[in-house]
Design a protein around this ligand. Structure first.
Ligand code: MOS
Length: 738
């Protein structure tokens, strides 16, 4: 049960305002130090040696030549590495890792780009040069290079997150209209701007590590298991992160190897994962194959829906991409099944990538819904409005707040959907054929347990602390906004501390739940601090001695009584001779009374020039219902960024593997194609801003992920409208249109 239901929620204008990021100046001026910017005294540098084969084992590893290289301090590998322990990898226990195999644990090679050795030297350049002199020979086995090869070789294993209601097969067989279509999505790689990096050192038996991490508490607990020391003896710092998109949610082998090397050498070690290995050893979105079977009755109502998904996973771990997670509840349908399965291939362990499950899942579902609408001769927009669910039929629960109809209608109007002529290729402008497509977007809203601390200090400032992170999304800023709103202090007198596992336990920056989780805990802690302040003010030497606490109200960084006398927090603390008034608080996760989700719709215009075979996304209008918007600027920025990423997913992104040997082909920034400025569409984002106070007192559901869901389907549907070609395999590259 939630223990933080609103007492009398009222928010000032700073909640929702487009306040610029308070960490912006530090980032722009270089004062923000990231994991690889740490320079502790005596620092030495690691560089990995990575497997060049995808399957087999190391048959011989010789460090003789490498050891002669300048500056080399030590070379670690399977035959020379300390004993470590596995983390139970439990999300519930807060110690999840995605790749559970420990670095150098055995001689086996499960994927290309796996660590086989770690060279430590006095400089980065010397470590890298020596790493190239480590001689490794392999006994290579046949590699399973892709999903089809995996399924052919050993079939599939059951995943998780399945759901079934009614009798989907029988309803399908007796329906008026049916479609049965299969979609595919490739491996995509997160590619955050900041490389994965760790700087680690030990003082006696205490590990300190600066790690590019979306979850310092999770990393602390995992490292405590791996090194078999109490969590209090591990401190994980991630004050700034150059984004992550999910790739930095969990501790990866390089961080473990760095911490172990630092302990062995008794000095600080820093390791940066090269860009090429950020495609192999720090997770990726797996390849999927998804079969969709939909059927409608004579009135165009969905009567049967089946979504069967298979994704690739590694030989070391079972990662399930829950592609049917949204399918369960987006549309009203009495007969529905969703199933997930995996197949093992010779790739590294996949991981959550922005809107895991929903991003590839909604490409398939929202493409299939478009195909179904075409099959029944309905407008895709009208078809959706006719079929959207009014309650969550998968859990038999009401949605806490759902404005998908309004979102869809407002975006349609802004976009000009009613100017669309349904006939394929019928809209032209000059040499270009114009295509209009749309799709729904959807993401679950989650809220986790959280601790936080707020101090109101004698110097007139406030300090708010929580062991969550700001991965570039604006968490520092929204925490300061919440503290300012409750205390009346201006933003410049509020310091926010995040990204340090020694602060009160906070959530991972993931799942779009950091805002919904952190702000209620911050607010509760601030109220405890304000109560403390009132006690000091009304005490014997207090500025309001003799006044009842409940006659005092918070005003502009101080307290005011009913006569209008106002005293600042600083003066209250000064009079009472206290250094600070402090509050600590714990808040619980969301209760199970409602189904909590965010909703929206994307409308996309593509331009296809058949003369020169040029396809572009020209325009996107999206309306998003994420509950209350805490910061207009950072929220809009999240959706705009997700739309850009969705354009990449739709048109460009695919990590390719050689079908003969499983080796990655384009694991670099030159050949892994992402959208550049020339690819940017005109983007117009409508934020609906209906507070969902059943979810938390702020009514905010989170906004990081929903924007990418459905976007690739809207692009594909627009491409169909322009060209008549139904592209069921991402990305929509030109060869598929010719
Ligand atoms: Mo997100 S994939 O939960 O960082």
């Amino acid at each position: 049960m939630s223990d933080d239901k609103p007492t009398a929620p009222h928010f000032g204008a700073i909640i929702g305002a487009g306040v610029p990021r308070i960490d912006g100046p530090d980032k722009l001026s270089g004062r923000a130090h990231y994991a690889a910017d740490q320079q502790p005294a005596g620092l030495v540098y690691g560089y990995g040696v990575f497997s060049t084969i995808a399957s087999g084992k190391v048959s011989q590893l010789s460090v003789a030549r490498a050891r002669q290289m300048p500056g080399v301090i030590e070379i670690f590998h399977h035959g020379h590495f300390p004993k470590l322990y596995r983390s139970p990898s439990s999300f519930a226990q807060g110690n999840k890792v995605e790749e559970t195999r420990l670095p150098f644990e055995d001689e086996r090679i499960y994927y290309a780009g796996q660590f086989v050795a770690l060279v430590v030297a006095d400089t980065f350049e010397n470590a890298r040069a020596a790493a190239r002199e480590v001689e490794v020979s392999y006994a290579e086995d046949h590699a399973l290079a892709n999903l089809d090869q995996g399924v052919a070789a050993h079939g599939t294993r059951a995943g998780r997150g399945d759901h079934s209601r009614g009798d989907a097969a029988a309803a399908f067989d007796s329906a008026a209209q049916r479609i049965d279509v299969t979609y595919r999505t490739p491996v995509e790689t997160h590619n955050p701007m900041e490389m994965h990096a760790s700087t680690a050192w030990w003082e006696r038996d205490h590990l300190t590590i600066f790690d590019a991490s979306q979850g310092v508490v999770m990393a602390r607990n995992a490292l405590s298991k791996i090194f078999a020391i109490p969590p209090e003896r591990v401190t994980v710092h991630a004050p700034y992160i150059g984004s992550g998109f999910g790739s930095k949610l969990w501790t990866w082998p390089h961080a473990v190897a760095t911490a172990a090397a630092a302990r062995e050498l008794g000095r600080p070690v820093q390791l940066v994962v090269p860009r090429a290995q950020m495609f192999t050893t720090t997770g990726h979105r797996p390849e999927t194959r998804q079969r969709l079977r939909l059927a409608t009755d004579g009135n165009g109502k969905l009567v049967s829906l089946r979504h069967e998904s298979i994704n690739t996973t590694s030989f070391t771990d079972q990662y399930v991409e829950t592609c049917g997670s949204v399918t369960k509840s987006l549309y009203s349908c009495p007969h529905l099944t969703v199933s997930h399965a995996t197949t093992q291939v010779n790739r590294g362990t996949p991981t959550s990538m922005r809107a895991p499950g929903a991003a590839p899942g909604l490409f398939a579902l929202e493409s299939a819904v478009d195909e179904m609408a075409v099959a029944v001769g309905a407008d895709p927009l009208a078809f959706r409005l006719d079929n959207y669910a009014e309650r969550d039929e998968s859990q038999d629960l009401a949605f806490s707040s759902n404005h998908i109809v309004e979102a869809t209608q407002r975006a349609a109007e802004r976009f000009g959907w009613d100017e669309r002529s349904a006939e394929i290729g019928s809209m032209r402008q000059g040499r270009e054929i114009v295509g209009y497509g749309m799709a729904a977007c959807n993401w679950e809203a989650l809220k986790r347990p959280c601790d936080a601390r707020v101090s109101l200090r004698a110097d007139g400032t406030a300090l708010a602390s929580c062991a969550t992170q700001d991965i570039g999304t604006g968490t520092y800023t929204i925490v300061a906004q919440a503290v300012s709103d409750l205390t009346g202090l201006p933003l410049e007198r509020i310091t926010v501390e995040l990204g340090d596992s020694s602060y009160p336990d906070g959530p991972v920056s993931g799942g779009s739940w950091a805002t919904a989780t952190t702000l209620p805990a911050i607010a509760k802690a601030a109220r405890v601090a304000l109560d403390e302040m009132k006690r000091y003010a009304t005490g014997a030497n207090g500025a309001f001695a003799g006044v009842a606490s409940d006659e005092l109200e918070v005003a502009e960084g101080g307290l005011r009584n009913t006569d209008g006398k106002q005293v600042s927090f600083a003066d209250i603390l000064g009079a009472a001779r206290y250094g600070s008034a402090d509050g600590e608080a714990h808040t619980e996760g969301a209760d199970a009374q409602y189904s909590y989700r965010s909703f929206g719709a994307h409308f996309v215009e593509v331009r296809w020039d058949p003369g020169i075979s040029h396809l572009r996304v020209a325009r996107v209008v999206s309306a998003i219902d994420v509950g209350r918007v805490i910061n207009e600027t950072t929220a809009r920025n999240q959706v705009e960024g997700a739309i850009v990423m969705g354009v990449g997913m739709g048109l460009f992104e695919a990590t390719e593997y050689d079908a003969r040997n499983g080796r990655p082909v384009n694991n670099d920034y030159a050949e892994y194609v992402v959208p550049v400025h020339a690819d940017q569409p005109e983007v117009d984002v409508i934020l609906l801003d209906y507070p969902d106070t059943r979810f938390n007192e702020y009514g905010a559901r989170g906004i990081g992920e929903i924007g990418i869901t459905g976007l690739a389907a809207a692009v594909a549907n627009a491409v169909y409208h322009a060209t008549g070609k139904r592209i069921r395999e991402l990305p929509i590259t030109l060869d598929k249109l010719m």
